[in-house]
Design a protein around this ligand. Structure first.
Ligand SMILES: Nc1ncnc2c1ncn2[C@@H]1O[C@H](COP(=O)(O)OP(=O)(O)O)[C@@H](O)[C@H]1O
Ligand SMILES: Nc1ccn([C@H]2C[C@H](O)[C@@H](COP(=O)(O)OP(=O)(O)O)O2)c(=O)n1
Length: 235
C-alpha cells in the first residue's frame, strides 16, 4: 500500500530581540530539512531602502507612499539565507545601527506591514507546496502572519541576558557598552510591542520558552522535539 507523503510543517517562532529566534530557527530548519525565513531581515531591508532613497523615516505617510517600490527577495535555505533589494545583496547593510534604530518606525506603518505580510504568506505557502515546510521567525508570525501554523513558539529571556548576547556580537565592530545596548533593546521592544498594527505578542496557543538560563543547543533541542511531536501526531 502506498503511504501518502507527510504534510508540510509550518513553524512560527516569535519573541523580542536577542531571545535567540534567528539562531534557533536556522538550526531547527537545517536539522529537520525545512526552509527558513527571517522576517526581521525583510523589515530591515525595506528600512534600508527608505534610508538610501532619502525617505524621511519619521514620516509615516512618506513611508506608506514609497512602500511598494522596493523589490525584496528572501532566499530560504537555512544554511545560506539571503536577502536582496532590487537585486542588490542587502545582508550587510541591513545590520547597521542606523537601520536598527529606524526599523521599528518603518515596520509600524500599516502599508509596510500589509505588503511584507503578503510576501511572507506567499513564501510560506510555496514552502508548504514544494518543500517539507518552513520555520518563520519574527514578532507577529503566530498572531497575524500564520495564525494556522502547526507549532508556535514564543522565546523570551531577561533584558540583561539579551543585551549581553547582542554585545557579544557587536564586540570589535560598533558600540560595546552593555547599559547602552540594553537601553536600545528595551526601547525597540517597547516600540514593537506598543504599535497598533500586529504588535510583538505571544499567540494564545504558543509554547513559551524562557531561554535566559538555557544554552543555544538546549533551545534548539527543545524546539526540534516540539516540531517532531507535531509531526508524529499528524502522521
Ligand atoms: N540560549 C542562548 N544562550 C546564549 N547565547 C545565545 C542563546 N541564543 C542565542 N544566543 C546568541 O545571542 C545572539 C542573538 O541571537 P539571535 O538568534 O540573533 O536572536 P534574535 O533573532 O531573537 O534577535 C547570537 O549571537 C546568538 O548566538
Ligand atoms: N515579524 C516581524 C519581524 C520584525 N519586525 C521588526 C521589529 C524589529 O525590531 C525589527 C528587526 O527585527 P529583527 O528580528 O531583525 O531584530 P533583531 O534580530 O532582534 O535585532 O523588525 C516586525 O515588526 N515584525
Amino acid at each position: 500500500m502506498e503511504t501518502a507523503a507527510p504534510a508540510a510543517v509550518i513553524v512560527a517562532i516569535d519573541g523580542p530581540s536577542g531571545t535567540g529566534k534567528s539562531s534557533t530557527s536556522k538550526a531547527v530548519a537545517a536539522k529537520l530539512g525545512l526552509r527558513y525565513l527571517d522576517t526581521g531581515a525583510q523589515y530591515r531591508a525595506i528600512t534600508w531602502w527608505m534610508i538610501t532613497n532619502g525617505i524621511d523615516t519619521d514620516d509615516p505617510q512618506a513611508i506608506a507612499l514609497a512602500a511598494g517600490k522596493p523589490a525584496i527577495v528572501s532566499g530560504t535555505d537555512p544554511g545560506a539565507p539571503t536577502i536582496t533589494v532590487d537585486g542588490l545583496d542587502a545582508s550587510g547593510p541591513i545590520r547597521t545601527q542606523e537601520v536598527t534604530s529606524k526599523v521599528s518606525a518603518v515596520s509600524a506603518v500599516p502599508e509596510v506591514r500589509a505588503l511584507i505580510t503578503d510576501l511572507q504568506r506567499s513564501i510560506a505557502a510555496e514552502a508548504a507546496q514544494d518543500a517539507e515546510g518552513i520555520v518563520v521567525e519574527g514578532r507577529d508570525i503566530g498572531t497575524t502572519v500564520l495564525p494556522d501554523a502547526d507549532l508556535k513558539v514564543f522565546l523570551t529571556a531577561s533584558a540583561e541576558a539579551r543585551a549581553a548576547r547582542r554585545n557579544g556580537e557587536l564586540r570589535g565592530k560598533e558600540a560595546t557598552d552593555l547599559a547602552a545596548t540594553k537601553e536600545a533593546l528595551v526601547k525597540r521592544d517597547a516600540a514593537d510591542s506598543g504599535r497598533k498594527t500586529s504588535p510583538l505578542a505571544k499567540a494564545a496557543d504558543a509554547v513559551e520558552v524562557d531561554t535566559t538560563e538555557l544554552t543555544l543547543e538546549q533551545v534548539i533541542e527543545c524546539v526540534v522535539t516540539l516540531v517532531e511531536e507535531k509531526r508524529t501526531v499528524r502522521r
